[in-house]
Design a binder for this molecule. Sequence first.
Ligand code: FAD
Length: 471
Amino acid sequence: MHSANVIGSGPNGLSAAIVLARAGFSVRVYERSAQLGGACSTGEVTLPGFHHDLGASAFPMGAASPFFASLPLAEHGLLWLHPQFPLAHPLDDGSAVALTPTLAAMSGQLTRDDDAAWTRFFAPLLGAWHELVPEVLGPVIHVPRHPIALARFGLPSLLSAKALASSLFSDCRARALFAGCAAHSVMPLEAPLSSAIGILLAAAGHTVGWPVARSGSQAITDALASYLQTIGGHLHLGEQVESLGDLPHAGLTFCDTSPGTLERIAGQRLTPSYRAGLRRFQHGPGVFKVDWALTEPIPWTAEPCRGAGTIHVGGTLEEIAASEAEVFAGRHPERPFVLLVQPSVVDPTRAPAGRHTAWGYCHVPNGSTLDRTAAIEAQVARFAPGFQDVILARRTQTTAELEAWNPNLVGGDLSGGAMNVRQLLMRPTLRDYGTSDPWLYLCSSSTPPGGGVHGMCGFHAARTALARIRA
Ligand SMILES: Cc1cc2nc3c(=O)[nH]c(=O)nc-3n(C[C@H](O)[C@H](O)[C@H](O)COP(=O)(O)OP(=O)(O)OC[C@H]3O[C@@H](n4cnc5c(N)ncnc54)[C@H](O)[C@@H]3O)c2cc1C
């Protein structure tokens, strides 16, 4: 009874394993890859000495995670590095608006009215941040412990990002800044609830920041894994699980996998109706990703972009909304919204002395086979003329290449499943973490609260299982 198998060593698999090991379980983690961490890992994929984050690179949700905060990760090597600005958003007039580490520091970047509106909107949320985060980073349907904080966040979140930004702000700068944050939701910016992620990420910028991990995202994984081992967990690398029958007997099994993989490897252990529910789960758009080795920092025209960890490359709210809408209509926009992280502006360990690394991706229809390198680099060069001249080497990945690397990235979907209203409520089914087999759980980002490196899916999955055992 007191043993558990965890399939997959992404941040959620390791988090589930830690909760179980802390509860006294003997835990074994099985990872198909020779490298731990899933989409939270780092490798030299362009040139020797250039360390690229293979998936996640900027960590507002990692820094906000109440579960990560409860672990001694610093003792196991994790050091958050904060760039001068969490993010910057360049505009065609050569300027940029930066999300600043404090709300007060926003002053002077927006018009007077929008400055006041930004502060009026975010100040109450920041005041309630510590109550808000545990409410938001879990299942949508639950009894709130802090209903007022949740209502402050939840009511505006019902609106679309476009509607909220247009109702709060009158100028393009504040609207663009908010739209870039909301576009992380991988939802059309006209869709209800698409503002939720934007609100959360902007608020995180003003509280916990959007740090990178020193030496790369692998440091987060390695810290989780190292701590897990000190509390008795065992790691098995290079072991792809094809069937639950392949594993040694255990009281509990957790899958840090896609719902499709869960269905395949669990087979007849699941009821036909639960399997049908898993098959109804939908994946969202994919991404096309480029890793760059650079001779020098990206030559952004706007000064704030040079000190920011993350850059939202896409122009105005209208432009970002239109390009994301194209993707949801199954097309490839000519000028895609590009998410770019340049960790070496704050972390010199990422590249040989004086050199730099960055990655950028744009959304594409799920399963797209198109190479978007030229479109992505043209967008960056629009705000950083001469960008192509500083590229030493690049590695590109289509949706299929991403999925071949990590099968959880179905069709290139990095959120673990489409972020729509139905799948915010039922992720992947109404059972959330539980399955039709009382000893089998799903703990990946295909469960609440969804994508991002925060470990909260694994945390809640393991806690759910433990609560049921104790009941
Ligand atoms: C390109 C990209 C950029 C991203 N950027 C950010 C970012 O900047 N910030 C952020 O917070 N998030 C980001 N994300 C999202 C974040 O990385 C994921 O949401 C997070 O890693 C999900 O964690 P997970 O544990 O659910 O799954 P994963 O990290 O995908 O790990 C799942 C693991 O399970 C293993 N596995 C699957 N099937 C099997 C099997 N049958 N047998 C054995 N092992 C198996 C896989 O090999 C993998 O190691 C990004 C993702 C990608 C792909």
